[in-house]
Design a protein around this ligand. Structure first.
Ligand code: ADP
Length: 913
């Protein structure tokens, strides 16, 4: 250390306390990074790595960003999960002897940002802490930018992680929990995680900030909150006066969905590219304010279970929908309301500038008309949401009397305060104005006096006010009248004693003005800060009005219907639609479908039909309608009777990009297990093609066992899609199971997907037929039929009932696994091809109808029959690859394309050995 210069020593000392953050070290107009920080930052930010001497032999790696552009770079680092410590010069460099004093003035971390590019208007920015104590786990979440604070306690760590992830935190704190303990429990990669040792922090922070609520909290909740507040305290280094009252909730008072289901249903973002566009949130977001946008997201993430509360929301939506004019006036009013919650946050942090306060004023001024509209609407529901609302009119009034209409961004330049607010300020302004008026006159009077028409009076920062005369006119100046001040190429600049005197007056007044205005401004800001709880309450009310009008707006635009909530488990949806699919369908019309379910004899719908026929859309449609109904929105149907659901479980679609490196089949099993373990009779379970990821018998047996289990042990409403036609026989065996199918028709040799869900089982096994439509080589088609016949023969010998779950977990006799492992792949490939097929000269003779297959008997599964030629079955991937190889036109390919093709075959063959 000794070998370094004093400044580098200072750097190293500070850096030692901030090892987990990039240290942005202020040097003049730059923030510099040194040593490892510099190397890493130059890579992450793509900025040039340089070096500087620092006393030691080797140069010190260094890189830097201009301080005025730092925000963009910091946001970039935060996005990658890093933290940044801002180290400022805390004394005037000119005044200091030796090294300028520097201190870290704040830490910027993803979860503690309260302003700037990092934040999105319609998204919260949550910092979430997890703790475990006294046999309980707890989650505490806060958004510093809005002042929200939520807590809940849970019985397992798994549930705590699940709950924490619902907040989509930008940063996670673990109190006395090692990160490793949570690996595999659903923590996403790239999350900024900090482990806190709780013995190193105050255990009373929560009592100080929330004295009333603190006494009621469980140990684990207290710990999580203390961790959170400790972290916020050490990073922000300022008081948290704007934090709102604590909202402690019980997680199962809301409709529960695990993160698989949320993702699968694309509630707030799409699976494919994680964008809002294409999600339910996107469809419903007709909010006008940022608070409304954030509340809508929270509502979608936490649908209600309480029918009364839901009913209240319906009433308001109905009233809004009813009165189009009123709604559009309310929307206009809301449009003028800025982000009250974040403005309140900035005001209490002391970061708000005069423009922010003027925005607050404009927002508050827009509110009385909204309240008036609602109160005078004649609609009880609307009067109710606007009743007893404090419009904070006095704050608006105060701001309009104190701040000018259009203040500058900087609060250090003056021009902030209204005339008439402060006497002394008015005096200074008058002095300055009079001085300036005198100077404005000067040009005219001096021109007259000297006869020099081009004479000018001007001002610059270095020389102050001056009289400028061009060289050509110098002779006209009366002798002794002016003092020379500055010589330019073509002109001379002068002053007079009187001009100097006025200048001193003006400058003094202006200096005092700027200082006084700043002081007055901070007083005004403090005054407003006293009313933050009121502003926050108002923001909450406005957000609610906004979301409910949004529901009405979207319901009107998309012809949604008010649902009725049933209590006997009945579900009836007439002409139901998947609102998001409908919205994105290009010209094509969405085909509406009914859903009828009840607890007595129609609890499990078994949906059959070929790939792409609309099975999974139908299932999602049901789940989305349920979610929409339970957040208080109307639903896409012409009539809807819905029974409230306590949990939704889904197993839909190929969840192939999941964290943790699970295989698709394993994910499928995990999701299904989750449903089987947790579902109740009031839950909704969607299972799409269960068992598809394994071999046919495995899959079929598993699917049947799952259905039986749901019937016998759970009784939850279940939509179950399958391509195993054999399962449709369950309708006769299990009461409550009913077959429906996605109808398709064959017209002119083409398969038409009607997307219509009808009663009964699908009448055909389409696989081979679809392959045929895809112009698969005839040889393959006829061979496939042969194999199918063989298998069907075997089906009769191998009753499904005898295949136990154990069998599915890898204990299938080796022989049968070997022979049948290829079967499922055949199906998948055929389907894939079918999707691509557009034209066909299909030959439809000799189709095999599989639905007649009866599964009977009680014998134990035997090794399946081999093919009629007594040879091992060909591997379907090999068949595919061979046919592709045969058909390929090498002349049409570049060497690179050929190589890619080769690699593709190679991968497929290895995978499906
Ligand atoms: P499956 O689950 O049977 O394979 P999907 O539900 O994935 O089929 O539907 C395939 C495609 O068909 C969807 O992407 C959608 O574009 C379209 N589709 C599904 N249902 C409907 C419908 N009711 N009306 C119009 N198009 C639909």
């Amino acid at each position: 250390m000794a070998q370094y210069t004093p400044m580098i020593q200072q750097y190293l000392e500070i850096k030692r306390q901030y090892t987990d953050a990039f240290l942005f070290f202020r040097l003049g107009d730059f923030y510099e990074l040194f040593f490892e920080d510099a190397v890493l930052a130059s890579r992450e930010l793509e900025i040039t790595l340089t070096g500087r001497g620092g006393g030691a032999e080797e140069r010190i790696p260094m890189c830097g960003v201009p301080h005025h552009a730092a925000e963009t770079y910091i946001a970039e680092l935060l996005k990658k999960g890093y933290k940044v410590a801002i180290c400022e010069q805390v004394e005037d460099p000119k005044a200091s002897k030796g090294v300028v004093k520097r201190e870290v003035t704040r830490m910027i971390t993803p979860g503690t940002m309260i302003e700037g590019k990092w934040l999105h208007d319609k998204e919260n920015n949550y910092l979430v802490a997890i703790a475990a104590l006294s046999g309980k786990a707890a989650v505490a979440a806060c958004d510093l930018s809005t002042g929200e604070m939520y807590t809940t306690s849970l019985s397992t760590m798994y549930a705590a992680v699940e709950e924490a992830m619902q907040y989509r935190p930008s940063e996670l704190l673990l109190c006395d929990i090692a990160e490793d303990e949570l690996r595999g429990k659903g923590l996403p990669p790239h999350m900024s995680i900090t482990c806190l040792a709780t013995n190193a922090m105050s255990q009373t922070a929560v009592d100080e900030l929330y004295p009333e609520e603190a006494t009621q909290l469980e140990d684990a909740v207290r710990l999580a909150m203390n961790g959170l507040l400790h972290y916020v305290g050490t990073t922000q280094k300022r008081a948290l006066t704007h934090m709102r009252s604590l909202q402690h909730y019980v997680a199962d008072e809301f409709l529960q969905m695990d993160h698989f289901s949320r993702r699968n249903l694309e509630l707030t973002e799409t699976i494919r590219d994680k964008s809002k566009k294409g999600s339910l949130l996107w469809l419903l977001d007709k909010t006008e304010t940022a608070m409304g946008g954030r509340l809508l997201r929270r509502w979608i993430e936490r649908p209600l279970l309480n029918p009364e509360e839901i009913g209240n929301r319906y009433d308001t939506v109905e009233a809004f929908r009813h009165d189009l004019l009123l709604r559009s006036d309310v929307r206009e009013g809301l449009d003028r309301v800025y982000d009250l919650e974040r403005l309140a946050g900035r005001i209490s942090y002391g970061n708000a500038n005069a423009k922010d306060l003027v925005q607050l004023r404009h927002s508050l001024e827009a509110i009385p008309s909204v309240i008036d509209l609602l109160v005078n609407s004649g609609e009880q529901a609307l009067q109710l949401i606007a009743s007893d609302m404090d419009d904070c009119g006095d704050i608006a009034q105060f701001l309009s009397e104190t701040l000018v209409e259009d203040p500058p961004v900087s609060v250090r330049e003056g021009n902030l305060i209204q005339d008439g607010y402060d006497e002394y300020l008015d005096k200074l302004r008058l002095a300055s104005r009079q001085g300036k008026g005198w100077i404005a006159q000067l040009e005219k009077s001096e021109r007259e006096l000297t006869g020099i028409r081009s004479l000018k009076v001007g001002f610059n920062k270095v020389f102050g006010y001056y009289i400028e005369v061009s060289k050509a006119n110098l002779a006209h100046i009366p002798p002794g009248r002016y003092e020379r001040k500055q010589t330019l190429t073509n002109a001379e600049r002068y002053v007079t004693p009187e001009l100097k005197e006025k200048e001193a007056l003006i400058l003094e007044a202006e200096e005092k003005l700027v200082e006084l205005e700043y002081q007055l401004f901070t007083q005004i800001r403090l005054e407003v800060a006293k009313h933050i709880p009121r502003i926050q309450n108002l923001a909450e009310r406005i957000a609610r009005i906004d979301v409910l009008q949004a529901f009405a707006t979207v319901s009107e635009e998309r012809s949604f219907t008010r649902p009725t909530l049933t209590t006997d488990g009945e579900v009836y949806v007439k002409d139901g639609r998947h609102a998001v699919v409908e919205a994105v369908l290009n010209q094509e019309k969405y085909v509406a479908n009914d859903v009828t379910m009840n607890q007595k004899d129609r609890n499990i719908l078994l949906i059959t039909g070929p790939n792409m026929a609309g099975k999974s859309t139908y299932m999602r449609q049901m789940a989305l309608i349920t979610v929409m109904a339970q957040i208080g929105c109307f639903v896409p149907a012409s009539e809807a009777r819905i029974s409230l659901v306590d949990q939704i479980f889904t197993r839909i679609g190929a969840a192939d990009d999941l964290v943790g490196g699970f295989s698709t089949f394993m994910v499928e099993m995990l999701e299904t297990r989750n449903a089987l373990v947790k579902a109740t009779p009031r839950s909704l379970i969607l299972l799409d093609e269960i068992g598809r990821g394994t071999s046919t018998y495995d899959g079929m047996a598993l699917a049947q066992a799952v259905i039986e289990y749901i019937h016998e042990h759970i009784g939850a409403k279940t939509l179950f899609s399958t391509h195993y036609h054999e399962l449709t026989d369950l309708e006769e065996k299990i009461p409550g199971v009913v077959n429906v199918h996605a109808r398709c028709e064959e017209r002119d040799g083409k398969l038409l997907f009607l997307h219509k869900i009808e009663e009964g089982r699908a009448d055909k096994s389409y696989g081979i037929h679809v392959a045929e439509l895809a112009e698969m080589p005839l040889e393959v088609i006829s061979r496939a039929r042969e194999i199918l016949q063989g298998l069907e023969g075997k089906d009769r010998e191998a009753p499904l009932e005898q295949l136990s779950l154990d069998l599915l977990w890898g204990q299938v006799p080796a022989a049968s696994q070997q022979v049948f492992s290829g079967q499922i792949e055949t199906t998948t490939h055929q389907k894939k091809r079918a999707n691509d097929a557009s034209t066909s000269k299909a030959e439809t003779k000799g189709k095999t109808d599989k639905t007649d297959t009866v599964v009977e008997g009680t014998e134990v599964a035997q090794a399946p029959a081999t093919s009629s030629k007594n040879e091992p079955l060909p591997n379907p991937t090999e068949v595919d690859v061979l046919s592709e190889l045969r058909d390929i036109d090498l002349n049409q390919m570049t060497p690179l394309q050929a190589l890619i093709q080769l690699s593709d075959w190679n991968t497929r063959l290895r995978k499906h050995k």
